[in-house]
Write a protein that binds this ligand. Structure first.
Ligand SMILES: CC(C)(COP(=O)(O)OP(=O)(O)OC[C@H]1O[C@@H](n2cnc3c(N)ncnc32)[C@H](O)[C@@H]1OP(=O)(O)O)[C@@H](O)C(=O)NCCC(=O)NCCS
Length: 148
């Protein structure tokens, strides 16, 4: 495919495509989760919640979601990117970078100057991507404990 890539605000009609893209890397059913995400990040129309879809010739091939979060863990408002996927068939073509650059611009317009994310310790690909985007170890450390 040689068609132009566009980065657009997600619309309700992208729901099925986003679920399909997500399934490429997931085992469990997350349809209810995605309906909730569309309600919160697509229908709200808020500029501090950003859900972008990359389209190639009008077909969704990736998405990125983030938002401004304020005063969690004592932090002043900052941007968080919490979901990102590019279709395996079009990876390493600059689409992830294009979406990341655009969400950073949107978050900046929403008033923040820092963007954060979390990466699975086993996901070298994701870590390489975010490092390639200029992200470095931040000032917070994630802690967890099994409580069941
Ligand atoms: C991570 C991901 C979004 C990258 O998307 P992409 O469109 O392939 O990325 P780009 O082509 O824009 O690459 C940008 C940079 O990322 C890094 N990168 C991308 N693919 C890489 C790979 N296979 N190995 C090492 N580094 C890689 C490079 O630094 C690259 O810059 P370069 O091209 O100048 O070397 C994509 O691989 C993906 O969807 N992975 C699975 C899902 C995932 O990990 N999501 C994030 C957690 S929610």
């Amino acid at each position: 495919m040689n068609q132009q890539i566009t980065i657009e605000d997600a619309v309700q009609g992208d729901l099925e495509a986003v679920i399909a893209l997500d399934r490429a890397g997931l085992k469990e059913d997350k349809i209810g989760y995605w309906r909730g995400v569309f309600q919160r990040y697509v229908e709200s129309g808020r500029t501090d919640r950003v859900f972008l879809v990359a389209k190639q010739g009008g077909t969704p091939v990736g998405f990125i979601i983030g938002e401004v979060r304020a005063w969690e863990f004592g932090s002043p408002p900052c941007g968080w990117v919490f979901a990102l996927t590019v279709s395996p068939s079009v990876r390493e073509g600059g689409i992830g970078k294009k979406m990341f650059d655009e969400i950073c611009q949107r978050l900046k317009q929403a008033g923040v100057s820092t963007v954060r994310t979390m990466v699975d310790i086993d996901s070298k690909l994701t870590l390489s991507f975010f490092r390639g985007m200029g992200m470095r170890t931040g000032r917070y450390i994630e802690l967890e404990k099994q409580i069941d």
